[in-house]
Design a protein around this ligand. Structure first.
Ligand code: CA
Length: 370
């Protein structure tokens, strides 16, 4: 009986737990390993095919999960429009037509006004702060509570960092220059832009270039230099404004159909969550690594003029942002709790960041030696 305590026999014993010793002994000699169940999932995205960072994030997620699980969980990625239109991704996952989706929570504001908070809040948290709130400040639990009635489980799956304010073909020198301006700008920022006198237009990324080129919109934001260069926006607009007050650290989401997730064994669930968390950070790293060079290309090779939004415009946007966020939070009890959690976390972290991240960057710049 001594051999029963070998490692191999112990594994077999675990596999056939509940069987008698006699069966255990004979199984150890003859039974082949049970073939693992393979799961084949569809993932639909709001992003154009192969768009750097945003579009490649779900592809990398699928490759990582495939490798981690030795092929037990296979995820086929469909770009915007391949299986469902970009703005129908949430419904497709909710209804189980696709097991997963990849996009951004503010696209679902029509269903849930506070969903936008889980993408980004104008003048709100940076990427670092947002990741901290989601993963160590109760944010993810609230996000899951918000999506639960739809049978959808969200995970953070990328962050753009601070975006650019956008592309304009005229200078913005005061709030009056916003008046009547038609701009593609999503989320709560779009609502703020509207109240500042502009016209906010919602449209998926794939339509932006043509809309600006043909005059359907006068201005647009997209992400930052790395993504905007890939779209070619530098070829059809002159002024590139900063800072991205409306998207200071936009979180991308991976969403999973609740029932599909429940069918996965525990180890595959952990692999999926761990891979998504890794991609969440990797997307931010990619933007951080590529944005600076892309901006240099825009300025030096395409003659883009980089401008800062005037203080009075930023101040007006900030006033309206507080108003818009408070109204969205009045939607229901859960919306109120989401805002309370978000603002409470931001209030604490901003005080410390004032003497850490912010103070350090200011100090680094003020004492920089060339
Ligand atoms: Ca954006």
């Amino acid at each position: 009986m001594k051999h029963r305590y070998s490692a191999a026999a112990t594994v077999v014993a675990l596999l056939v737990a509940g069987c008698s010793t006699e069966v255990e002994e004979s199984t150890a000699q003859s039974a082949p390993a049970t073939p693992a169940t393979t799961y084949e999932w569809k993932l639909v995205t709001t992003w154009p095919k192969n768009l750097p960072a945003l579009g490649t994030a779900p592809e990398r997620l699928a490759e990582t999960v495939d490798a981690m699980s030795s092929g037990r969980l296979k995820i086929k990625v469909y770009a915007a429009g391949e299986l469902v239109p970009p703005f129908e991704v949430f419904d497709a996952v909710s209804q189980g037509n696709a097991e997963m989706g990849h996009g951004a929570a503010y696209y679902w504001r029509g269903k849930m006004p506070m969903s936008a908070v889980f993408a980004t809040v104008p003048f709100g948290m940076t990427a670092q702060e947002m990741n901290a709130w989601l993963h160590h400040g109760g944010g993810l639990e609230l996000w899951r509570e918000l999506y639960a009635p739809f049978g959808v489980v969200p995970l953070a799956s990328g962050n753009s960092g601070v975006q650019m304010a956008g592309w304009f073909n005229k200078e913005i020198n005061s709030v009056a220059d916003i008046d009547g301006l038609k701009m593609r700008i999503p989320g709560l920022g779009g609502e703020v832009f509207q109240r500042a006198g502009g016209v906010a237009v919602a449209m998926p990324g794939s339509e932006i270039f043509t809309a600006l080129q043909t005059g359907v919109v006068d201005a647009t934001e997209w992400v930052g230099p790395y993504n905007d260069l890939a779209f070619g926006l530098q070829d059809i607009a002159t002024y590139y404004y900063y800072p991205g007050w409306h998207e200071p650290g936009a979180t991308l989401e991976a969403i999973v159909n609740t029932e599909a997730l429940a069918t996965l064994p525990a180890d595959l669930k952990i692999m999926l969550e761990t891979a998504t968390r890794a991609i969440n950070q990797d997307v931010l790293d990619e933007f951080t690594a590529r944005n600076a060079a892309a901006l240099k290309t825009m300025v030096e090779e395409h003659g883009v003029e980089v401008r800062r939004l005037p203080d009075d415009v930023l101040e007006r946007f900030a006033e309206l942002s507080a108003e818009v966020v408070a109204e969205a939070a009045a939607d229901d009890e859960l919306a109120g709790r989401i805002l309370e959690s978000y603002q409470g976390f931001l209030a604490e972290v901003r005080d410390y960041h004032a003497i850490s991240e912010q103070a350090y960057i200011n100090a680094r710049d003020s004492v920089a030696v060339d």
